[in-house]
Design a protein around this ligand. Sequence first.
Ligand code: MSP
Length: 669
Amino acid sequence: MSKTFYITTPIYYVNAHPHIGHAYTTIACDTIARRHRMLGDDTWFLTGTDEHGQKIERAAQAAGKTPQQFTDEVSAEFRALWQRMGLTHDDFIRTTSDRHKQGVQALWRKIRDNGFIYKGTYTGQYCVSDELYIDGIGPGDPCPDCGRPTETVSEENYYFKLSAFQDQLIRLYTEQPDFIRPETRRNEVLAFVRSGLRDLSISRSTFSWGIPVPDDPKHVVYVWLDALANYITALGYGSSDTAKYEKFWPADVHMIGKEIVRFHCVYWPAFLLAAGLPLPKCITAHGWLLFEESKMSKSRGNIVRAETIVDTLGADALRYFLLREVVFGHDGSFSFDALVQRYNSDLANGLGNLASRTLTMINRYFKGEVPYPSNAAHAASDDAIADAAKKTIADYGALFDQYQFSRALETAWTLVAAVDKYIVENEPWALDEKKDEESRARLATVLYTSAEALRIVTALAHPVIPDATARIWAQLGLGEIQKFDLAQLKWGQLQLGTKLGEVQAVFPRADKSAIERMQKMEEQNASGATGVSPVQPSAATSSAAPAKPEAAAKTAAAISDGKISIDDFAKVELRVAQVKTAERVKGADKLLRIEVDLGTEVRQLVAGIAEAYEPEALIGRKVVIVANLAPRKLRGLESNGMIVAASPEGGKPVLASFLEDVPVGTRLK
Ligand code: MSP
């Protein structure tokens, strides 16, 4: 019976549109899944979207949509992109689906019935972006993980007895060193758990966008407990049909980005232990894809979309680049220049060129049939290629199975280069001109050797560049590559007389204009998308900010149809201010009296944000104010300025704020 293999990606938050950071994880998993399928394993590959929680609720609000409408749309974008890229996930789980809700509630009941859930009260800081309570910081302090402002909350919640699992977890990491990969992440987690675990709040009652807690629907399940459970709910855990769960759980690999290691390596195994369920075999964390030197993310506004690359160079180009260029486990930079350079050097001039020259020569010199390698016309250089190919099969497999994709590909491409050199040194074109029998036999050997090496690289590279390799395979006359049993790959399997298919270039060379084209596509998307993209409160405001003065400058020349000049814009004095005090205005449900520090003075403002923010949550927070607004009186109180907030249709106002720390008094321009 074949062995099973179950691999998962994180499920992606739907507050951001998909970008190549998300594609990176999904491509890595797709590649691994494809290799396992080729090796004959009964493989299950799961991905999906994470759709609950306050962050999503607010993003929906900011987009003027209901959370369900909003999550339906963004989740569909992920599915459409993965389909367009030809990804081979076997299932796509949404946390808003009934099958998931039912599974989460079953898991909750199991943990509760086993005695690991109790009720308690939490008062302290909450980071909405990370959906995490933060201990050890005070009101107004930023989140130590992501730097965004935290909010002060006081809630009665259900708690999970995480502290009860400290010793078991330490034993797990120690006895099963491969549970967390790479080792650096394992050491971090070990240190974190050794420093002591506190019980974890696993319900929320201040918002409702989540899965109701069983038997207490005033509470919703904490979004991370909800999300992590996807790995089993998608297999049918908690439903009437658990066949897939029985077959595939525990997972062989949860693939994740390094920022969510704690959730996966501490909370998730603890939840499973509490429920008495088996643990995943391995959690592998990769690094971040950087663009313009920082982590590619919507909140930084530095994203690149996969569509742009797929439309210009094809999905294989993106897959190859990400796995070849970035050392898996480490951070790696993306740039269009580097992408095109890699594409040209390794794909167009490398594998693509080897395929077309080898196959074209077989067409020309042997009427499109794989020739017979003659013993009589044998040379040491042929053995060198055969030996190199055999070694490549072994090394590539070993490196790949340790997820050292870039080294595995490097090994395979060393073989490509060796075969290229072999062809140049053996000059098949000169052998053909000689027309004698010996030269003809030698020509056959050289072309057989080249074609066989090409076949081997093609089979090995298939999981990484599935499109192009399927085409090369067909050109080699070998049919469908997916059906090839990779476990049997050996030198010498290419049959004499195999009839080639139609030979066509698989990787046309890209020129400089490809870079410009892709850059332009991204610029256009960024400028067009800002108005419609679902914005997340603090982050999106700050990332969109730098674009505005530029846009204003550009339009300054054409001051018509409602547009203003840069001078008009300059009249508005926008400044960073810090909230010193905040209190409700008696008799006015919507108003807060706020004192802000402008660096040079403290001002009183009256703001209509009481329905969106608790006064305590504002203290210490940096906000943007219009500092030169004429004073006006509200409920008898003088307001000397205005706080800037996004005001979604029908939703609550969302304050503009900054990701980075900005000195009080700084002018926005
Ligand atoms: N919803 C949670 C995960 C729950 S899993 C039970 C989440 N979602 S996310 O949308 O923020 O996606 C995080 C994952 O997307 C990362 O862990 C990583 O796999 C991938 N990436 C998103 N941006 C990335 C980069 N810039 N670089 C590399 N991977 C990136 O966290």
